[in-house]
Write a protein that binds this ligand. Structure first.
Ligand code: SF4
Ligand code: SF4
Length: 444
């Protein structure tokens, strides 16, 4: 792995998450389009409490929020989700199992006929907890494994966390529940992904979800963790190689929403998806995000400051889903909202700028996404590549973001040839460059 230096902020990094902003305006009138879109899938942070302190954690999890929903409020929210049409609820944290009533919530999700799954770092997912989860009706776990032991433990900031995650996977397997592994690709671990993936295949995993680390929360504190946009040239072939290996072992590879878009690898990665390729962002259309204090977003990953539409203590979930501009933005998306390269892109109508979360948390706006395979190849043909440089530090709240700027530079001749070879063969690596120095002292 590429070594990480000391953390730029002391722990706890979000010592006192701010209480929810309350009484945000709800637009009274509901349009047909707002009734047409229903959230199939809800991702619910049931607590911000966590037993890890990951350096790439977007929500800066650690301590519980000061105003998390009570059990009664959670059960009522489950009813509201079911009534709104949610089909599957994934409980996350922090760590969901750190809430004493996590299984009561799960039981109610199941009682209301929805699928209930959990995403976890697995550090405290003991055998007893797994079997209790099974008894409560939880159907599957996704466990985060970010590379080999050394880099996983460094990124997750806890010695033994890699071992614990693998132990959790073994308990889940023993219980007969479905399990998958999710992995983030970033600057420290990119080179060891093949070795780490081979280890996971040997463990007998059935499914692997992969995404790149975005510049949200703590990850934005440390540019050393983030890939350069031009590295999508090697990320997509890397995921493609892993998928080829996985297919021989009957393992499903699920490229996450920021692995894309529309380049030469799309057919191999998503050819079996509806339409044969990734669609556009599902925030506020098929996806719902909930924070532990009852704040509602169209996607769990979106930054809270810009995308919380309302709070279930102030309004019904349906009213927030149908009647707030923060939840409507993808329903109302217009091509004119795209800017920069995305505005000129051949795929813009279909793609709509890729993952809105990934682009927004990088530069503070959506609709122009430098982390795009198609874009990096087009720029390569012009002999240029995009890099990032931090310009403003994040305030230090859950789901916040620093500000980066992108800049173009000519590909060094030798690296350009390597990049062209990777595009042609799906094999090879680029040299790992040092991150660019921040532009001002406020970016430290
Ligand atoms: S350049 Fe933008 S619109 Fe085009 S494929 Fe990439 S992310 Fe999508
Ligand atoms: S913002 Fe990204 S992760 Fe969230 S729904 Fe849209 S594409 Fe998916």
């Amino acid at each position: 792995m590429t070594a990480l230096g000391p953390r730029p902020r002391l722990l706890p990094i979000a010592p006192h998450p701010a209480p929810a902003r309350r009484a945000l305006p709800v637009i009274g009138e509901t349009r047909p389009v707002d009734e047409r879109w229903r959230p199939n899938y809800a991702v619910w942070e049931i607590t911000l409490a966590c037993d890890l302190a990951c350096r790439h954690c977007g929500s800066r999890a650690g301590r519980a929020r000061p105003d998390e929903l009570t059990t009664e409020e959670c059960l009522d929210l489950v009813d509201q989700m079911a009534d709104l049409g949610v089909k599957e609820v994934t409980m996350i944290g922090g760590e969901a199992y750190l809430r004493e009533d996590w299984l009561d919530i799960a039981r109610h999700v199941r009682k209301r006929g929805m699928i209930c799954t959990v995403t976890t770092g697995g550090r405290g997912l003991t055998r007893d907890r797994v079997f209790a989860a099974k008894e409560a009706g939880i159907q599957a776990f996704s466990v985060s494994v970010d590379g080999l032991r050394e880099s996983h433990d460094a990124l997750r900031a806890a010695q033994g966390s890699h071992e614990a995650a693998l132990a959790a996977l073994s308990y889940i397997k023993e219980s007969g529940l479905r399990s998958s592994v999710n992995t983030q690709i970033n600057r420290p671990n990119i080179r060891e992904i093949p070795e780490a993936f081979a280890m996971l295949l040997d463990l007998g995993i059935k499914a692997w979800q992969v995404q790149i680390t975005t510049a949200m929360g703590r990850a934005g504190d440390e540019p050393e963790i983030l890939l350069e946009p031009y590295q999508m040239i090697e990320v997509l072939p890397l995921v493609t190689r892993m998928k080829r290996l996985a297919q021989k072992r009957g393992v499903t590879v699920w490229p996450g929403n920021n692995i894309g878009y529309f380049g030469p690898n799309e057919d191999e990665l998503r050819g079996n998806w509806p339409g044969g390729h990734r669609g556009s962002c599902g925030a506020g259309r098929r996806t719902l995000g909930i924070e532990a204090n009852g704040d509602i977003k169209g996607c769990p990953s979106l930054p809270s400051s810009d995308y919380v539409g309302g709070n279930v203590r102030d309004a019904k979930l349906r009213a927030i889903w149908e009647g707030t501009k923060e939840l409507r933005f993808m329903r109302d998306h217009k091509k004119e909202e795209l800017s920069g390269f995305c505005a000129t892109c051949y795929y813009a109508d279909e793609c709509k700028g890729g993952c809105q979360w990934t682009s927004h948390v990088l530069r503070g706006f959506r609709g122009d996404n430098p982390y795009c395979h198609h874009r990096t190849i087009e720029l390569l043909q012009r002999g240029v590549r995009e890099r990032i440089r931090k310009v403003v530090a994040a305030p230090g709240e859950p789901f916040d973001y620093s500000r980066f700027e992108t800049f173009e530079e000519p590909w060094p001749e030798d690296e350009r040839k390597m990049a062209e070879a990777i595009v042609a063969t799906n094999e090879g690596w680029l040299p790992i460059s040092a991150p660019s120095a921040p532009r001002s002292s406020s970016a430290a």
